[in-house]
Design a protein around this ligand. Sequence first.
Ligand SMILES: Nc1nc2c(ncn2[C@@H]2O[C@H](COP(=O)(O)OP(=O)(O)OP(=O)(O)O)[C@@H](O)[C@H]2O)c(=O)[nH]1
Ligand SMILES: [Mg+2]
Length: 522
Amino acid sequence: MPGRNPSAPRCAAIVGPYLSGKTTLLESLLFACGATQRRGNVKEGNTVGDASQEARARSMSTEVSVASAEFLGEQWHFLDCPGSVEFAHDTYAALMVADVAIVVCEPEASRALTLSPLFHFLDQHAIPHMVFINKMDHANDRVRELLEAIQSISDRPLALRHVPIREGDAITGYVDLVSERAYKYQPGNLSALIELPEGVRGRNVEARQELLERLADFDDKLLEELLEDVVPPKDEIYTYLARELQADRIVPVFLGAAERNHGVLRLLKALRHEAPGPETTLERHGGAEGDPLIQVFKTYHMPHTGKLSVARVWRGSVADGATFGEHRVSGLSQLMGHTLGKVSKANAGDIVGLGRLEAIKTGDVLSPAGVVKDALSWLDPLQPVYSMAIKAERREDEVKLSSGIARLIEEDPSIMAEHNEDTHQLVLWGQGDIHLQVAAEKLKNRYNVAVTASRPQVPYKETIRKAVQQHARHKKQSGGHGEFGDVHLDIKPLPRGKGFESSTRSAAASCRGNTSPPSSMA
Ligand SMILES: Nc1nc2c(ncn2[C@@H]2O[C@H](COP(=O)(O)OP(=O)(O)OP(=O)(O)O)[C@@H](O)[C@H]2O)c(=O)[nH]1
Ligand SMILES: [Mg+2]
């Protein structure tokens, strides 16, 4: 198959709008692979993803989670990404190292627009992606409507891979359009193979023809076959599907319900047969042949283990104790959420946690000679849009607060800190209210600095908008020498950007006595 090396570990990023079911899908994928003995549940707070205290407290993903599994003898690394736009940095960083993205979305046509920023990013970076329409157990809209709505925001053509089997209002299974096999969903279990139900045969033929026509847009031989009513063999169709996904020319669409394990095995099989390997992805990023190469896409500061740089190994391998210029790896681990399993070596394609690379930042590319500048494409920084003033609750924590903030920024480069000179406040900038609340909680939970947060003060500045002249006299002659003052005030705006100018005209008054001399200003 083009660009595929089955022995190399592959990486799939699970992305999609807020609460569409990504963390739940990761649970199902790991369970289906046999990597976990029991499925966790987001509501019960025991999933592999969302292991951080801040994520559990909110039942939402607040940072990327990494988990690994083996499926039919092949190694997979899954990156469960946050859906909220406020945590988008981690999502985009994960996509930069993934071979393929699984876009998890809701079965509601009216919510397809929420996929727009993500599709824009995927299309712009030519990242191969498939869509998993989740929560089909609660679907109201017809699959055709859903497809039209998603197609309206995707540059690439969508290719529906299933037709649903309906019993009354409920979707009870699906027909796989390539194998023409029918599956019945089984609550909490993997779907069971059944005979193709009579009622779905017509829709199957029609949808299968549409799928083949989509593929024929990229292949003249297939087009000729279709025009001559020749049905290509299944293997050939799988080869076309793999080739077009790997070249990011087509977006396959699968149906399922992660919470019930529906459609999950089919998704895994599609990943196995169709997703590109790391060498294809590296080529897309412009990485030529050469020395071992790894790229850090996430940094964690763990309370007990210290700094962990999570990297994709693009070329060669990394062993514990390896050096990259003056940077030395101390501890190598595979991640299962926040649980670290020691490994002695990671190979090309692997996602691995590297201990104590203190000077290395997220996005850095490393080779044995050290940090390689501009070796691979990386993200443009996100512009901060929201701010919050913070203060250490205890005065003696101020030093701890600055080191905590430095770590926060290492973990999430879409956060910025600024000391406002006018208000003397320490201001955190980020992507939204929840983003910064989570940042404040991390300071407390991970770095042991309790902070109080408030809305930043706005420095009060007035602009002189029109010219004003004033004149006043001061006379005091009761006893002694007496006093006299004559003041002319002349205030007018200067052109914008000119700053301030002040001048004193010649004294327009005489002064007798011991009071200050009169002055005038222009
Ligand atoms: N009915 C139904 N609910 C589901 C399904 N999958 C997930 N959910 C529910 O959807 C909610 C969100 O699930 P998560 O897995 O946390 O969603 P997520 O996409 O990881 O959320 P973020 O990472 O915060 O964007 C939870 O209440 C799940 O129980 C499904 O297949 N069917
Ligand atoms: Mg999640």
